[in-house]
Design a binder for this molecule. Structure first.
Ligand SMILES: [Zn+2]
Length: 252
């Protein structure tokens, strides 16, 4: 079990007194590595909360630059950062906020070619992309690597999130999406997005990841749907699709 320094004990004092965390849990967080795919509206708050909580190793992957239209919801960035690579600025902000942790910035895309390298040593993946195809790629690569992941998406005033365990005991993201055509994926650029909505989804994802790393298990088997405008939430039960090309075909 990792030792905690005096400064770490002081830094994490308020969460250490929670029975859900405790010294042992804090040490577990310190020993954990999380891959965050995307450094935009979901990735920035998720990374900041995971870094703040003391996740010992965080890998950020994104190949995008900061644009002025990102600033309303990607609050880690400032006007002076516009034009710079997101992962590089975000990594710097996380290190400034918490020098006890290691932050690894990868200016790349998560795809077939990079997945194996990016998933090395990772405990769980947090999806902060804004593309259906990217989520299908994460689902496939983490299933092959026997890793869990937490998806999240927000568009307009609606959000959704779900967790998938390594074995996909309650099905996978491919089961959920079925025959979806990834070209039909209309994103925030087209449909718009309100900052706090994407923030709410990112924090739910962060909490699921922290719970998992603390050994509380993953809440799998349902897609959480939020209408952030009315405050209504719904749960959609997930089911394994018998003809799933990923979890059925490859585990048969
Ligand atoms: Zn499946």
């Amino acid at each position: 079990m990792a030792e905690l320094s005096d400064s770490e004990l002081a830094r994490y004092a308020r969460q250490l007194i929670l029975p859900e965390v405790d010294l042992e849990g804090q040490a577990r967080l310190k020993q954990s590595r999380v891959l965050i795919v995307g450094a935009g509206g979901l990735g920035t708050p998720a990374a900041q909360y995971l870094a703040g909580a003391g996740v010992g190793s965080i890998c950020l992957v994104d190949d995008d630059r900061i644009a002025l239209s990102n600033l309303p919801r990607q609050l880690a960035y400032t006007e002076d950062d516009v034009g710079q690579f997101k992962v590089e600025v975000l990594a710097r902000r996380l290190r400034d906020a918490n020098r006890e942790i290691v932050v690894d910035a990868q200016r790349a895309r998560f795809n077939d070619e990079t997945a194996l390298r990016l998933l090395e040593g990772v405990d769980i993946v947090l999806d902060a992309t804004d593309s259906l195809q990217a989520r299908l790629d994460i689902d496939q690569a983490t299933f092959a690597a026997k890793l869990p992941w937490v998806m999240g998406a927000a568009v307009g005033t609606s959000g959704q999130w779900a967790a998938f365990d390594a074995q996909r005991r309650e099905g996978c993201y491919h089961c959920l999406m079925g025959e979806s055509d990834s070209s039909q994926n209309r994103g925030c650029a087209e449909l718009g997005i309100l900052g706090p909505v994407v923030g709410l989804v990112a924090l739910q994802q962060s909490l699921l990841v922290i719970r998992y790393l603390l050994g509380a298990g993953l809440q799998i088997g349902c897609l959480q749907l939020l209408d952030a405008w009315t405050g209504e939430t719904r749960q959609l039960a997930l089911a394994i699709r018998d003809d799933c090309e990923l979890c059925r075909a490859q585990s048969a």
